[in-house]
Design a protein around this ligand. Structure first.
Ligand code: ASP
Length: 311
């Protein structure tokens, strides 16, 4: 059994590990592990307390994948519910769909009996106001101080800063039966255009799991993982016989084909192969990830391998 996560997943490791230790499934473990991260008000990249979009609305993205049968559920731009991962799980379980967005996702969460609430905490609101004040010239606002509708597209280009105000949580688990599951949850790119979805709710982009080969989950600049199909690429490279770190290396090299300057290629990933080997990789130095495996009383941190994106 093994559970791995991005470093901010530390607060959810105990919940996920408890499920695995009790003989639960990898799918239940990654959902259980994600929920404490979504509830953590100090994590401004996920769930409650997440940073909002340009208009100050918290919009959450999440996906969950069951590697046993390639079942998946996802929600995008969900407002007003702190556990998008559990809504995604119920999309997987109850609907003949994979992805619900916006109003439809909120409608489904309400139908599930989940409590609606305001997710914008005072510190997140303050950071949003300060972030926009620092980056948006006065002419973007009307007399009431609101960003003018016709200026939103231009404001998006000025205000968003993936390096400074982004983040996501990733979990991948393998259970005692050998099944693999993965979960990704995020409030996305801070001050994003309303309705923007990142890679996190897109199966194959930010999240993919297949018992036969392994799983990968991304954080970083979501648009890049969407364009390159990054998480699924890792799994395909595993299928092609690459070792785990080499599979990640190839998927990162594919990002080089997007034609961006290397310093703009911001990507991190955790990955697991079907033998339980795991790794964390990043284009940025100094990053870590967490894992817990059989025989360990507590999770441990490991450094991520730094990989380039040159073709
Ligand atoms: N990948 C996320 C997104 O693009 C953000 C992040 O992980 O930093 O929404």
């Amino acid at each position: 059994m093994i559970l791995i996560a991005s470093a901010n997943g530390e607060v959810g490791m105990a919940a996920g590990w408890a499920v695995l230790q009790a003989g639960g499934s990898a799918l239940d473990a990654v959902e259980a592990a994600t929920r404490p991260v979504e509830a953590n008000p100090d994590d401004h990249s996920v769930g409650y307390g997440g940073y909002p979009n340009l208009l100050g609305e918290v919009e959450l993205d999440a996906s969950i994948m069951d590697g046993a049968r390639l079942r998946a559920g996802a929600v995008g731009a969900l407002r007003g519910f702190r556990h998008p991962i559990s809504v995604a799980r119920q999309v997987l379980e109850q609907l003949p769909h994979v992805l619900l967005v916006g109003e439809g996702a909120a409608r489904f969460a309400a139908e599930l009996g989940m409590a609606a609430e305001n997710l914008l905490t005072a510190p997140a609101e303050q950071a949003w106001r300060a972030g926009l004040a620092g980056r948006l010239p006065d002419e973007f606002r009307d007399a009431q101080g609101q960003i003018m509708e016709r200026m939103l597209a231009r404001a998006t280009r000025l205000a968003t800063d993936p390096e400074r105000v982004a983040g996501t949580v990733n979990f991948i688990a393998q259970d005692a039966a050998g099944h693999i599951a993965s979960a990704v949850s995020t409030s996305g790119w801070a001050w994003k255009y309303p309705g923007r979805l990142g890679d996190s709710p897109i199966i194959g982009a930010g999240n993919y799991a297949d018992d036969r080969y392994g799983a990968a989950a991304c954080t970083g600049w979501g648009e890049l993982a969407m364009r390159a199909g990054t998480a699924h690429s890792v799994v395909l490279y595993l299928k092609a016989g690459y070792a785990l770190e080499d599979a990640c290396r190839e998927a990162f090299r594919d990002l080089g084909a997007l034609g961006l300057p290397p310093e703009q290629c911001i990507m991190s990933m955790v990955a697991l192969d079907r033998h339980g080997r795991h790794c964390g990789v990043s284009t940025s130095p100094g990053r870590s990830y967490v894992y817990q495996a059989d025989g360990m009383a507590a999770p441990a941190q490991l450094p991520r391998l730094v990989l380039g994106t040159q073709v």
